[in-house]
Design a protein around this ligand. Sequence first.
Ligand code: AGP
Length: 612
Amino acid sequence: MCGIVGYIGKKKAEPILINGLLRLEYRGYDSAGIATMEAEGIKTIKNKGRVAGLLEIPETQKLEGTVGIAHTRWATHGKPTDINSHPHMDNQKTTAVVHNGIIENYVELKKFLNDNGYEFLSQTDTEVIPNLIHYYYEREVEKNEMAFLRSMAKAVKDLKGSFAIEVLNEDFKDKMFVIRKDSPLVIGKGEGENYISSDIPAILSFTKDFYLLDDYEFAVLSKDNIEFYDLELSKIFKQPKNITWDMSAAEKGDYADFMLKEIFEQPKSIRETIGARITKGVKTNLEELDFTKEYLNSLDRIYIVACGTAMHAGLAVRKIIEKYCRIQTEVDIASEFRYRNPLVTEKSLCIFISQSGETADTIAALKLAKAKGAKTIAISNVIGSSITNEADYSLYTHAGPEIAVASTKAYTSQIVLLAIIAIYFAELLDVAHDEIEELKSEILELPSKVEEVLRDTSKIKAFANRIFTEKNAFFIGRGIDSSVAMEGALKLKEISYIHSEAYAAGELKHGPIALIENGVTVVGIMTDEDLAPKTVSNLQEVITRGAKTFIVTNQELEHVTFDEVIRIPRISKYISPVLSVIPLQLLAYYISKEKGLDVDKPRNLAKSVTVE
Ligand code: AGP
């Protein structure tokens, strides 16, 4: 939920750190701060508000140090204030820490430290970390690097919760210390300089070689060297990964916002996700999986578990798996799954979807499923993310970095990849050959059909201009269209703050239609030819009660006049969400822009929910 960066090298750290924070602001933007190693010791500057606010502080650009850490905050414990901003220091001002995550036992640790003479300036959980390190380091007879690492290890063993921690200590002016557990952290390897970040795009312009720390692994960085240790301080060897993304992939380019860029990147991201995985007339190539027909026949259930948009992607593909694999498939919200003691056994296959790969609830749900004996598959967009380290199998959507908080291209890529996995299963089971070949053809046509949907957005923009002042909106659909209604409602509410609700269209008469009055907007999605006539009836019922209607469909709709109809290309209903969601993404985007809101960084939200 926060963003952290670090630099050690020959250049002034301050501009590099500020630039890195600006790229991480989508992870949280309640407050920001920086600490550098200056001649006179560690200097910290921090304040409530955006990263840009740091540059308005005269001292910031006077920082000369070539070693530094920095933080942009999404407040969890303690309001967004100057004093609650990171970095935090120990009482003796010898150690500076920035932290992404939550220390669940900070109250108990605060009491322990208070009993040992420490005082706290902030309301944060993080402030216990530098003081705990100091407590242990003070008791080390020798003051050297290994003694400091031992102190960090002891402190970390006391912590419960999640953390990615960067540490400076004034006894080691040419070193940076990091450790992580559950919260993301990458190390960028440079020439005579090294970098740390919560995620790759923030430092991709400096290097393409990255080390990915596993839980409870330390790294000690100097400008020319990086050493890795486990929690028992045994040295470990790690191979750098070369990331092929180019920097433009993480830039806005000619687009006003990352969200708009990512909506229009969908033909490309879908094409990249398909890659060489499917070819007409050829068995599907998923080298990441080694399943057999016998294994699939042994399954009694498939669980698809995720949060938010990723969960909606799961809802969209449930029907493909059940139709072709005849295996009962359940879709679950990760924060519910992890606490409901699900009936998962070794006869279950559990698929976890996470764009960031760092969503705390989804990771916890995955660990639970593994503990119950299930095979686990992670679907993620971030190479080396926590969820991919945890799962038995990992497959990547190749959507490229998704920066906007509102997920768009990741959603459509997740559906495409999951559809390909369903095809892989069906081919293993040797069922529905002709239908599967037809589905493969339709998937291969998706990029061009998405381009067709994106060709003219004028009607969507015009309707957005009609309704952007409204307070409520309803999204309805049946079957697979109801999952798209949920995704459309989420997009609108999270970036326009209009209260949007999604309902299975058949549910309207069971209560929600009481909310329909003159002028209320109802969005209808109809791509299933068997169910469309029924949804049309539901829409007629709301029209007679004064509703405005915005329809997304590829069906012929007789005898009914809607306020706006966005026609999308015909395609198998099983993958129609990839097309029908796009007008809804754009509708939400244009409404948010019309309201003058920050589309990429909506209030209260962060791109990756790394705390529960
Ligand atoms: C979607 O627009 C939201 N940003 C949010 O629902 C998101 O999909 C959810 O937090 C899951 O994130 P993940 O895919 O990174 O796990």
